[in-house]
Design a protein around this ligand. Structure first.
Ligand code: FES
Ligand code: FES
Length: 164
């Protein structure tokens, strides 16, 4: 009897797999698909390094099982880009503000920030801080990251409210 398969959309590509549904989404992305931009920090839902976007919402991929992602649309940092195929406004803002040091936290931050900026949530500085509270960074002190996300929110004026 053939193993059951599951299908999901990863960065716009249909992926069908017979991997165990109990595989962590993080392991599936990294080990099966080679999408190593998604990082593992704590492995327990505490650091945000493994954040990907699933059906529009940020998710800790270390906590989500492949079976729960079946039939859904997963976006990882490898699939993030702007409308012209270049850098997404969030990525550009991180570059502009030098909001990266070792870079380990950066993919998770970019994905969480993207989900936040594309949501209808308010875009005032306090809301930016609240939205990113689950992403830990041991290097930057957060100020440049917060500045970058506030810049990106101004580059996406159609989404949510303006920065005040
Ligand atoms: Fe998933 Fe830390 S590795 S939250
Ligand atoms: Fe090093 Fe954030 S830049 S952990």
């Amino acid at each position: 009897m053939s193993k059951p398969t599951q299908t999901l959309l990863v960065n716009g590509r249909k992926v069908t797999t017979c991997a165990e549904p109990t595989t962590r989404l993080l392991d599936f992305l990294r080990d099966e698909l080679g999408l190593t931009g998604t990082k593992e920090g704590c492995g327990g839902g505490e650091c945000g390094a493994c954040t990907v976007i699933v059906d529009g919402s940020p998710v800790c991929s270390c906590l989500m099982l492949l079976g729960s992602a079946a039939g859904k649309e997963v976006l990882t940092v490898e699939g993030l880009h702007g409308e012209d195929g270049g850098l997404h406004p969030v990525q550009q803002a991180f570059v502009d503000h030098a909001a990266v040091q070792c870079g380990f936290c950066t993919p998770g931050l970019l994905m969480n920030a993207t989900a936040y900026l594309e949501s209808g949530d308010p875009k005032d500085p306090q809301s930016v801080r609240h939205a990113l509270a689950g992403n830990l960074c041991r290097c930057t002190g957060y100020a440049k990251i917060l500045d970058a996300v506030e810049q990106a929110s101004r580059a996406l004026p159609a989404q949510g409210k303006e920065v005040q």
